[in-house]
Design a protein around this ligand. Structure first.
Ligand SMILES: [Fe+2]
Ligand SMILES: [Fe+2]
Length: 246
């Protein structure tokens, strides 16, 4: 935690990519891409679903390819990284590969603050699921609130002039547009946007998860939101990673 405001002058380029879904047999799949990103950007944010099933072998394959990345890396896990029931092992392997994993932890890189969480589902705006009725619903909503609380705590610890929120689930409905309407509440939660909007130094939020969503949105408070799921960015720019000037 920093006590002084840290000014940032020259714009930095943030590369962001989510939903790599590295599976067994994917050796070297992303190595050249990480080398290219190192040339194109100053910092890389990994927006979750980094592995397909959260297997140790998948995380190790990704860690090998991350050795080609020569710029600072921050990241969060996605729901796929939890599938094997060992997210702490995936996290450790990625940390050992040089990624600062942000869950409940904020970090300052090149003068820019980064806070992040996986996030959770629950829906958006007036249609958000509330903590009413069955205990199972209340537990579900608690999980969503807890992720937003962790994000808020991380952002609060940052005294930088600029900060970025790194997520897997979307904080807004706009960037999940394009997905089937029936699954919208399973793609993110407005509670994440509420946490972001409590702070006036947040200049961008990046997320993944919505493979068929839209690239750009804004929080109700006006913070730009970028869906960096690789398939969305590929369709928009012809390359799988977003480049965002901070
Ligand atoms: Fe995904
Ligand atoms: Fe996901």
């Amino acid at each position: 935690m920093n006590d002084t405001i840290e000014p940032t002058n020259t714009p930095l380029k943030l590369a962001a990519i989510g939903d790599l879904h590295v599976a067994d047999g994917d050796e070297r799949r992303y190595r050249e891409l990480f080398a290219e990103i190192s040339e194109a950007a100053d910092i890389l944010a990994l927006c979750g679903d980094l592995t397909n099933f959260g297997k140790t072998s998948e995380a190790e394959i990704l860690a090998e390819d991350l050795s080609a990345c020569k710029i600072p890396m921050v990241g969060v896990l996605g729901n796929h990284d939890f599938e094997e029931g060992q997210p702490e092992i995936v996290t450790r392997i990625l940390c050992d590969a040089g990624v600062t994993m942000l869950d409940e932890q904020a970090v300052v890189v090149e003068g820019i603050g980064f806070a992040g969480v996986k996030g959770f589902i629950g829906g958006f705006g007036r249609n958000e699921l509330g903590p009413f009725g069955e205990l199972a619903i209340k537990h579900f909503v608690d999980e969503s609130r807890n992720e937003a609380r962790k994000l808020e705590n991380g952002l609060r610890s940052l005294r930088t002039e600029k900060a970025v929120a790194v997520l897997h689930y979307s904080p807004v409905a706009q960037t999940v547009q394009g997905e089937p309407a029936e699954i919208m509440p399973f793609l993110g939660s407005s509670r994440l946007a509420a946490a972001i909007d409590r702070f006036d130094n947040v200049t961008a939020a990046v997320h993944g998860h919505a493979h068929r969503g839209s690239y750009r949105g804004d929080t109700p408070g006006g913070v730009p939101v970028y869906n960096c799921a690789q398939f969305v960015v590929q369709a928009q720019f012809g390359r799988p990673y977003a480049l965002i000037e901070l």
